[in-house]
Design a protein around this ligand. Structure first.
Ligand SMILES: *[C@@H]1O[C@H](CO)[C@@H](O)[C@H](O)[C@H]1NC(C)=O
Ligand SMILES: *[C@@H]1O[C@H](CO)[C@@H](O)[C@H](O)[C@H]1NC(C)=O
Ligand SMILES: *[C@@H]1O[C@H](CO)[C@@H](O)[C@H](O)[C@H]1NC(C)=O
Ligand SMILES: *[C@@H]1O[C@H](CO)[C@@H](O)[C@H](O)[C@H]1NC(C)=O
Ligand SMILES: *[C@@H]1O[C@H](CO)[C@@H](O)[C@H](O)[C@H]1NC(C)=O
Ligand SMILES: *[C@@H]1O[C@H](CO)[C@@H](O)[C@H](O)[C@H]1NC(C)=O
Ligand SMILES: *[C@@H]1O[C@H](CO)[C@@H](O)[C@H](O)[C@H]1NC(C)=O
Length: 424
């Protein structure tokens, strides 16, 4: 009692609260190798001890606020934090600045569309081009970015037959594998005749533009809307089946719980591998094939969506889960399965969407308004703040050193020193 009174008298006399010891100061500063570059900032000790007056906006009322981010945190008593809000590359760990190269750059290459997000990018080396999708009601084709000329060139890309609402893709042995969300018939952009389609796993031959259906049901039940996929060394396709096709009204009400499956194209057999993640989303494997990663966007809550509400059909629930999980990959005669589920990273904003693994094992996730780069063990190394919501990413170019960024804004490109996997 006496002591407390003494403290309040002292702070009254000083006209301010007592400083706590251990506060990190400054929280942010120029990185040693980028002293001239305000686009790159280094965070000290992960800003683990901020002055207590810090304030981060929290998302309320079922909607996600784009200011609900680490970089938008208000830290009135440490002006150094303003450097963070101004930077594109926010470095948390020395390994984060090592991958940036001498002059890292974020370019907005193609303008935003106001009628669709950008998704499912796949780099096709034989074409030196990225095929990507516009998963939205009323858009029945994809687009392609040709990288073979002096400047990237954007064009429409229509397959035979056309495909509606691709959401994820991967290249394997020269073919593109697509996770396709839409389950409604649609008019062919070529001649208007009705094309019937179910959500599933499709294969594109990029040299001919021909598409074949590999999987569209689980014992007669339609998949909800395959979201993203990964092809392992044996050619087995691992895919997440979540509810976003229903969310954007390109397919029917879900009939299967969200889950992750392994599908073997040579036999047609599909097996469940994971059913505990709320909304499984991005998926990828370590370069040695021993660790599988699956992200959760369970922060999108389908339970409380009002029947007459606008699209997308979910509300935001911060408590719904947004961890990235790692699993051990274990071989079996039927194909690999995954065990030892463990969270290795909790998204610092929203949840991790499209997910890729770099050649050196680093993990890259499209997360809220940027891209997160983690070590193979989930340590935060670097954030790329893009200024728009990112849905997916793709390494491209002959050395696979350009990271192309797709989402709800301009199609953008980071040039740096991190290299993607050949199979990405
Ligand atoms: C930083 O800027 C100064 C002045 O423009 C220049 O002389 C110096 O070479 C720059 N240093 C680096 C590392 O780019
Ligand atoms: C951040 O950018 C704004 C606008 O460009 C500028 O006015 C401000 O000085 C910058 N702050 C810091 C700390 O660099
Ligand atoms: C979207 O862009 C098109 C073409 O520029 C324009 O005609 C249309 O009005 C825009 N729609 C909205 C909702 O901004
Ligand atoms: C790039 O590829 C496209 C499509 O194959 C082709 O039409 C174009 O001529 C090529 N451009 C160059 C500069 O080679
Ligand atoms: C691409 O397709 C859209 C219709 O989906 C059409 O409006 C547009 O003109 C096409 N662009 C090119 C370059 O052909
Ligand atoms: C319309 O185009 C589709 C391919 O998109 C083709 O399968 C179909 O035969 C065509 N129908 C007509 C009437 O030409
Ligand atoms: C969803 O799609 C159906 C057609 O399948 C349409 O009638 C309905 O208006 C759409 N709902 C919304 C909210 O866009």
């Amino acid at each position: 009692m006496t002591l407390l009174t003494g403290v309040s008298v002292i702070s009254f006399v000083l006209g301010q609260a007592l400083a706590q010891s251990g506060i990190t100061s400054p929280l942010a500063q120029a990185c040693s190798s980028y002293s001239n570059n305000t686009d790159v900032v280094c965070i000290n000790r992960y800003a683990s001890a901020m002055p207590p007056s810090f304030q981060r906006q929290s998302s309320t009322g079922g909607a996600f606020s784009s200011d609900d981010t680490f970089v938008d945190t208000q830290v009135p008593s440490d002006p150094s934090f303003q450097l963070v809000n101004n930077a594109t590359f926010v470095v948390f760990d020395e390994r984060g600045s090592q991958i940036l190269g001498p002059c890292p750059k974020l370019d907005h290459v193609f303008a935003s569309r106001n009628d669709s997000i950008h998704e499912g990018p796949v780099y096709v080396p034989d074409l030196d081009a990225i095929v990507f999708s516009l998963p939205h009601r009323g858009i029945y084709q994809q687009q392609i970015i040709h990288l073979n000329g002096s400047a990237p060139r954007l064009d429409n890309y229509t397959t035979t037959p056309p495909v509606y609402a691709v959401n994820g893709g991967k290249l394997f042995n020269g073919k593109v594998y697509w996770a396709v969300e839409a389950g409604f018939s649609f008019p062919s952009p070529q001649n208007g005749s009705l094309v019937a389609q179910r959500p599933g796993i499709y294969q594109l031959n990029p040299s001919t533009g021909e598409v074949t259906v590999l999987l569209n049901n689980y014992f007669g039940q339609a998949f909800n809307s395959p979201n993203d996929l990964w092809v392992d060394i044996q050619g087995d396709i691992w895919f997440t089946d979540s509810w976003y096709g229903y969310a954007i009204n390109v397919t029917e009400y879900p009939v299967l719980r969200p889950a992750t499956y392994r599908f073997r194209p040579s036999t047609g057999r599909v097996s469940i591998v994971e059913d505990s993640i709320a909304q499984p989303n991005g998926i990828g494997m370590s370069p040695d094939g021993r660790t599988m990663y699956i992200s959760d966007t369970g922060v999108t809550n389908f339970a409380n969506y009002p029947a007459d509400g606008p699209l997308p059909r979910y509300t935001y629930n911060a408590l719904g889960g947004n961890s990235l999980y790692a699993f051990d990959v274990v071989a079996s005669p039927a194909g690999s399965y995954i065990t030892n589920k463990r969270p290795i990273y909790l998204a610092q904003t929203f949840g991790d969407d499209g997910f890729h693994v770099a050649q050196n094992g680093y993990l890259l996730a499209a997360e809220g308004g940027g891209v997160t780069v983690l070590s193979a063990h989930g340590e935060m190394l670097l954030r790329i703040e893009t200024g728009f919501t990112v849905n997916n990413i793709q390494f491209a170019g002959p050395e696979r050193k350009d990271l192309w960024i797709f989402g709800e804004g301009p199609i953008s490109r980071v040039t740096w020193d991190l290299v993607g996997m050949a199979s990405e």
